[in-house]
Write a protein that binds this ligand. Structure first.
Ligand code: PHE
Length: 348
């Protein structure tokens, strides 16, 4: 066999290889087809074996020919492999349920969560009335959450607050998740001399869970201590507050109540924001809605915090942000605030 014959035969092999590759429809068939030509016992290899029969001066030329054909077949193989890859991807996309030709859903721009919007509004109202904003830790000591606030140890009044305890490490004080933001008032009085006029917004925790109670919720508590503060200041502040929030026609009423840290204490109702006081389903025909707890700070709290009860007096009150938000936004179930369903959130 001479060089010209060999070249012809090799060219024929390349043509045959390409035709074989075209016929394959799976990648492992393609790899097998390639082995038929380029494998260890493949056709190109055995053709190369004939080189030994050629005169030495022709061998380099034959070597070059063999390499040319190998490269050619490799290139055809790669091209076919790419095609098969694409076909496989196309088939997968067609089989999958996602329809990529559907138009996009459109943007949903971020916005403030309704609870935060209401909390901001409440804070704005109190700031405008001259209150400072104070904050404190959510993991509290029993001391700050209860004892300074005139809850005696083991007193049943603690049951009012469905406390969640934090497992204490050796040598640590008794810790709990604060049940109200009143400990912020304690911390403020321990740190600053009177007068104080603060609100304490923040997250609080209670073991309580139903349509109107969440185990994690937000409160804003208020404390105003100075010389000569009376119940009238409390009533005036509350009246102004509910009118700023619900409108100028809103009225309040105080009902006697009990909290360990205030004496006297009062639950505060507002005239129903839905019926204006006529009586409806929401106010259970009473014309009133309960919105917060309040009272004149108990002298024992002043003593515990280092204030002189002979010198100063003051009032305090606390309200639930969720409760206000439910009334203000007409949301009947507190849980919808936490589900983060955009169809709900987008309404506000
Ligand atoms: N700390 C009380 C509570 O969370 C609310 C309150 C605050 C009541 C201040 C009276 C005075 O239940």
């Amino acid at each position: 066999m001479n060089l010209a014959d060999l070249t012809k035969q090799l060219d024929a092999l390349a043509v045959e290889a390409r035709a074989d590759f075209e016929l394959t429809s799976r990648k492992d068939d393609l790899v097998q087809a390639k082995n038929k030509f380029l494998g260890r016992k493949g056709l190109v290899k055995s053709m190369g074996a004939t080189v030994a029969q050629l005169p030495p001066e022709e061998r380099p030329a034959v070597g070059r020919e063999l390499n040319r054909i190998k490269d050619l077949i490799e290139a055809d193989f790669d091209a076919r492999m790419l095609q098969l890859d694409r076909q496989e991807l196309d088939a997968r996309l067609i089989a999958s349920s996602a329809d990529l030709t559907l138009p996009p859903r459109g943007e949903s721009p971020a916005g403030g969560h309704p609870l935060i919007q209401i909390e901001d509004e409440l804070i704005r109202i109190f700031r405008a009335m001259g209150f400072d904003v104070a904050s404190g830790p959510e993991i509290e000591t029993d001391l700050h959450n209860f004892e300074y606030l005139n809850f005696p140890p083991d007193h049943p009044a603690r049951d009012m607050q469905d406390t969640m305890l934090v497992e204490a490490l050796a040598g640590q004080q008794d810790l709990l998740l604060r049940t109200h933001t009143s400990p912020v008032q304690v911390r403020t009085m321990l740190k600053y001399k009177p007068p104080v006029r603060i609100i304490a917004p923040g997250v609080v925790y209670r073991h309580d869970h139903d349509q109107t109670h969440s185990p994690v919720f937000r409160q804003i508590e208020c404390l105003h201590v100075d010389k000569g503060i009376t119940l009238s200041h409390l009533k005036g502040t509350l009246t102004h507050f509910v009118r700023a929030l619900f409108g100028a026609q809103t009225r309040i009423r105080l009902r006697p109540s009990f909290f360990p840290f205030t004496e006297p204490s009062a639950e505060v109702d507002v005239s129903c924001v839905f019926c204006g006081g006529e009586g409806c389903r929401i106010c259970k025909q009473t014309g009133w809605l309960e919105i917060l707890g309040s009272g004149m700070v108990d002298p024992n709290v002043y003593l515990a915090c280092g204030y002189d009860p002979g010198e100063v007096t003051g009032y305090a009150f606390g309200l639930g942000v969720e409760r206000v938000a439910m009334l203000k936004l007409g949301v009947p179930d507190i849980r919808t605030f936490y589900e983060n369903d955009v169809r709900f959130l987008e309404q506000f």
